[in-house]
Design a protein around this ligand. Structure first.
Ligand SMILES: CC(C)[C@H](C(=O)O)[C@@H](O)C(=O)O
Ligand code: SF4
Length: 467
């Protein structure tokens, strides 16, 4: 095994050859698909009379367009119904494993692959979805790809890619109470910028990351793409192996021991060389909330919305655009901003540990009367586990709606949408203009615990007050 970073080792292991363009042809171990980016890819295959080369290496689910309330077929939205039918037809035609609504295993693609044990260290993973970076939490190299690349993977199980540089992002120490993985990644993006990661793979390391659960690591890696990085990963360790052991697709018996040995060997070596290294102190990370229209426009919940003068020249035009769109005033505290809608869910923060933490803060409180608040589990498995623990009851008693699994208002490709210029406190990952279903809707990104604090008080508030 060559020396170096995990990225280099996994890349070299999967390298098929060098293309005339200079790009690497990379073998993709696991291909995940959903209803939004696959129909055209399957259509292109049909046009050329091609088969899926390795149907066993592709897995499909439906997540974006799935209604979280009435899931009766045909869906009320005819476009959603068409996308569903297209995927159902394609998986049948090509013999692809499919987790449909009601199967017990459906959910957001980035939630279900890890929970089934499909996502494993040392793999290359691709999916027609930018947040594929999530899977890097296991020490996989996981990329989001476009529809024509989905076609390429279906037909050849390979991709033509440029090699990335590697930046090691170390976070050391203990996060303070009320501060979560979500705050850490929002803080990292705030400091390095939404374009800071362009051309890089992010390797997250340091004692803070080592202490994190797999679900927390997934939250961090999920938002690598929001920081401009094509992928992000954490070196696999005991936490990774313990999470995987016993899951449906994880190796068993003797192959398990061999796999662990292999996974250990692909970790970045202590003397690996990086293209860049950045170090953060965990205790300096505050509960973070975005005030603008990119995930990089974030501040500590006890800070004021930055004034143009306080920002570097280059950041000012976007800040001006953000003040106007968000209807927020520079120099004013972000805490106290009234909230209309509270959303807990998404591939960033829709897993069991997120719901447990949110429920802890919701218990015994009531959602403010003017606020609409709802919780959308990331998968049918998460929903079922949460219900077995009674989390659904805690939420509904507190005045939250409890829904079925899907992407929901993260992107609002289903009936869950903001209306007019409503402002949401959201545990999702993107606050772009119009992201949550209304062209003037406004999104404040934060941790699930902070979303609960906002729901209860009807305004942005510091979750530490509830500790
Ligand atoms: C619909 C899909 C292509 C898109 C993505 O690539 O990320 C979506 O999941 C998102 O979060 O914006
Ligand atoms: S939950 Fe949001 S970010 Fe994740 S895949 Fe769905 S739409 Fe994309």
């Amino acid at each position: 095994m060559s020396k170096g970073t995990l990225f280099d080792k996994v890349w070299n292991n999967h390298k098929v050859g060098t293309l005339p363009s200079g790009q690497t042809q990379l073998f993709i171990g696991l291909h995940l698909t959903h209803e939004v980016t696959s129909p055209q890819a399957f259509a292109m295959l049909r046009e050329r009379n091609l088969k899926v080369l390795f149907p066993d290496r592709t897995v499909a689910t439906v997540d974006h367009i799935v209604p979280t309330q009435n899931q009766a077929r045909p869906f009320a939205d005819t476009l959603a119904e068409e996308m569903m039918q297209a995927l159902e037809q394609s998986v049948k035609e090509h013999g692809i494993r499919f987790y449909n609504v009601g199967s017990g295993n459906q959910g957001i693609v980035h939630v279900i692959a890890p929970e089934q044990g499909m996502t494993q260290p040392g793999m290359t993973i691709a999916c027609g979805d930018s947040h594929t970076s999530t899977h890097g939490a296991f020490g996989a190299i996981a990329f989001g790809i476009g529809t024509s690349q989905v076609r390429d993977v279906l037909a050849s199980q390979t991709l033509a890619l440029e090699k990335l540089k590697v930046r090691r992002i170390e976070v050391n120490g203990n996060l303070r109470p009320g501060v979560y993985a979500k705050d850490a990644i929002l803080h990292i993006i705030r400091k390095l910028g939404v374009k800071g990661g362009v051309g890089y793979a992010y390797e997250y390391a340091g004692t803070t990351l080592e202490q994190m659960s797999m679900e927390e690591r997934m939250t961090i890696c999920n938002m690598s793409i929001e920081g401009g990085a094509r992928c992000g990963y954490v070196n696999p360790d005991r936490v990774t192996f313990d999470y995987l052991q016993g899951r449906d697709f994880a190796p068993q018996g003797e192959s398990w021991d061999k796999a662990v040995q292999w996974w250990e060997s692909i970790r970045s070596d202590a003397d690996a060389e990086y293209d860049d290294v950045v170090v953060f102190k965990a205790e300096e990370i505050p509960p973070t909330v975005t005030w603008g229209i990119t995930p990089g426009q974030g501040i500590g919940v006890d800070e004021v919305i930055p004034t143009p003068e306080s920002l570097p020249d280059g950041d000012r035009p976007l800040a001006q655009e953000a003040y106007q769109y968000m209807q927020l005033e520079p120099g004013k505290a972000i805490a106290g901003t009234p909230i209309d809608v509270c959303f807990i869910g998404s591939c960033t923060n829709g897993r069991l540990s997120d719901l447990r933490e949110a429920a802890k803060f919701a218990q015994g409180h009531q959602v403010a009367p003017q606020v609409k608040a709802f919780v959308v589990p990331g998968s049918e498995v998460v929903k079922q586990q949460a219900e077995a623990e009674g989390l659904d009851k805690i939420f509904t008693e507190a005045g939250f709606e409890w829904r079925n699994a899907g992407c929901s208002m993260c992107l609002a490709m289903n009936p869950d949408k903001l209306e007019g210029d409503q402002i949401s406190a959201s545990s999702s990952n993107r606050n772009f203009k119009g992201r949550q279903g209304s062209s003037s809707g406004r999104t404040l990104l934060m941790s699930p615990a902070m979303v609960v604090a906002a729901a209860i008080s009807g305004q942005v508030s510091d979750v530490r007050k509830l500790l």
